[in-house]
Write a protein that binds this ligand. Structure first.
Ligand code: ZN
Length: 119
């Protein structure tokens, strides 16, 4: 597993700690994606060679997958209990958040300061 651009490659989501890595691009199958959250391996893999915008959106997307999984939203009877529902909801939330954060860069700084002050 290659490492991401920054020195940080551990992401805590709820009780779990995930390893963030960069995976080689194959794009040989129609279902190849830009990223993957694997709850069995506790990993998030982002495909190498993405633009910074695609990398950012994909990382948010996979983190949201992890949040939904660890907080039970993908279990039977819950709002995201099919892959189709999960993918539509997560894709739109990740795309929307990426746009908001791209268009309003102060928000990340604001959140970092306020969340850091919580501890
Ligand atoms: Zn997805």
């Amino acid at each position: 597993m290659k490492k991401p651009l920054t020195k940080h490659n551990r992401i805590k989501v709820g009780y779990q700690e995930l390893t963030l890595g960069i995976q080689s691009a194959t794009f040989q199958a129609n279902n190849d994606s830009y990223g993957e959250f694997d709850h069995r391996k506790n990993t998030i893999q982002i495909t190498e060679g993405l633009s910074d915008l695609d990398y950012s959106c994909t990382l948010l997307h996979e983190i949201i997958h992890a949040v939904c999984y660890y907080y039970g939203l993908t279990q039977t009877g819950q709002p995201l209990d099919t892959e189709a529902k999960e993918e539509v909801v997560i894709n739109n939330i990740a795309n929307g958040l990426t746009g908001v954060l791209k268009d309003n860069p102060f928000i990340l700084k604001e959140l970092a300061q306020r969340l850091h002050n919580v501890r």
